[in-house]
Design a protein around this ligand. Structure first.
Ligand SMILES: Cc1ncc(COP(=O)(O)O)c(C=O)c1O
Length: 378
């Protein structure tokens, strides 16, 4: 049996997405910037996709900009949001994805901003009182806090944070890469400056994503070049990727309730099976359904000789998952997220992440393999 439990890294393409992309590839090869019929036809396809994405997020197509993925969208929001608005103080958390953390650290290093990292608790929740005090002391800060953590799944209350940011005239960016397609983002309700998406996390293609920029927030391009994306992002559009992204998001929104119930059921089942069968198992992050992304489960296992090679052993057994310990050993520099929430660095940790295609039988198979690797409960 082959099991893919690494859906937070990337997901399989939905067959309907492949179909939509292939149809476009076969029929539409013009450059959307060309003014002739071939170009105009493809321009219409791109704008239709933008309208689809905007419609799903309840916002205007003029606020959606296609990018090469989540990393570019995060970089654009952070670099341009800070530089073009003369921001001198940025706030984030040590648990952010490197697309955010390394970008902000680079801006701190070159003297553009002073960077403050919020305190986090053992479940991966940021200190909201500290955030409010920092915003009081430094009005017009730039705040970047992710909606769900990609390693431990802990959800952040971005509606509450957006209200705080508004109160203190801060610019708020949220990396929503892990929740896009899994939760409904309604941008008429969420008062936020930037959110981001990457198609490959929701059964779309790799190398394409988007950035939402609130129409009240002014930024310059991150990538200069032609007049594409209404002068905001130079470069011929990834037309087939954009078609796939819009189709994938459309499917997610149409089937969200059903998939959420199925995937949350898998996660609950795996938690129960691990508790029942594996000695001294520990769940990292917040695992309550209200505060946790339903696609992600991060687990620490007992420290045994075999457990040391956990991911490798799972791979040999046909199981793809990811993770690693909180420690630094050899070439494995460890997880900055697990370290920051104080996970015991001696224990091997694995992130299992699920999607609509996974089944309970796969969980039974994984748990049976884990029993062989870990101390089976007596
Ligand atoms: C939370 C988060 N942000 C950003 C990214 C980067 O997205 P991409 O791989 O599309 O550049 C990822 C991907 O792992 C992610 O999980």
């Amino acid at each position: 049996m082959q099991v893919y439990f690494d859906n937070a890294a990337t997901t399989a393409l939905d067959p309907q997405v492949i179909k939509a992309m292939v149809e476009t590839m076969e029929l539409s090869y013009g450059n959307p910037s060309s003014i002739h019929a071939h170009g105009r036809q493809v321009k219409t396809i791109v704008e239709r996709a933008r309208k689809t994405v905007a419609g799903l997020l309840n916002t205007s197509p003029s606020e959606i900009f296609f990018t090469s993925g989540g990393t570019e969208a995060d970089n654009t929001a952070i670099v341009r949001g800070i530089v073009d608005n003369g921001i001198k103080h940025a706030i984030t958390s040590p648990l952010e994805h490197h697309a955010v953390l390394h970008t902000l650290e680079a801006l701190e290093k070159n003297g553009t901003v002073k960077l403050t990292l919020l305190n986090v608790d053992g479940k991966g929740q940021v200190d909201l009182q500290q955030l409010e005090q920092l915003l009081k002391d430094n009005p017009r800060s730039f705040v970047s806090l992710m909606h769900a953590n990609n390693e431990i799944g802990t959800l952040t209350d971005i509606e509450y944070i957006s209200a705080l940011c508004k109160q203190y005239q801060a610019i708020f960016h949220s990396d929503t890469v892990q929740t896009m397609g899994h939760y409904k983002h309604d941008l008429t309700k969420l008062q936020i400056d930037f959110i981001t998406g990457a198609a490959h996390k929701f059964h779309g293609p790799k190398g394409v994503g988007f950035l939402y920029v609130n129409h009240n927030t002014k930024i310059n391009p991150f990538i200069y070049g032609g007049a594409q994306e209404r002068n905001m992002r130079g470069g011929t559009e990834n037309v087939y990727g954009i078609v796939g992204l819009a189709k994938a998001l459309e499917i997610c929104y149409a089937e969200m309730a059903e998939h959420r119930q199925h995937i949350q059921g898998l996660k609950d089942y795996m938690i129960a099976q691990l508790r029942e069968n594996i000695h001294d198992v520990q769940f990292n992050g917040d695992i309550t359904p209200e505060n946790s992304l339903y696609t992600v489960l991060n687990v620490s296992f007992p420290c045994t000789d075999i457990a040391d090679m956990m991911l490798f052993s799972l791979d040999i057994a046909g199981i793809s998952a990811s993770g690693g310990s909180a420690c630094s050993s050899g070439s494995d520099i460890g997880s900055h997220v697990l370290r920051a929430i104080g996970v015991n660095s001696g224990r091997p940790s694995v992130r299992f992440s699920f999607c609509k295609n996974n089944t309970r039988e796969e969980i039974d198979f994984v748990v049976s393999k884990l029993k062989e690797l870990c101390l089976e409960k007596a």
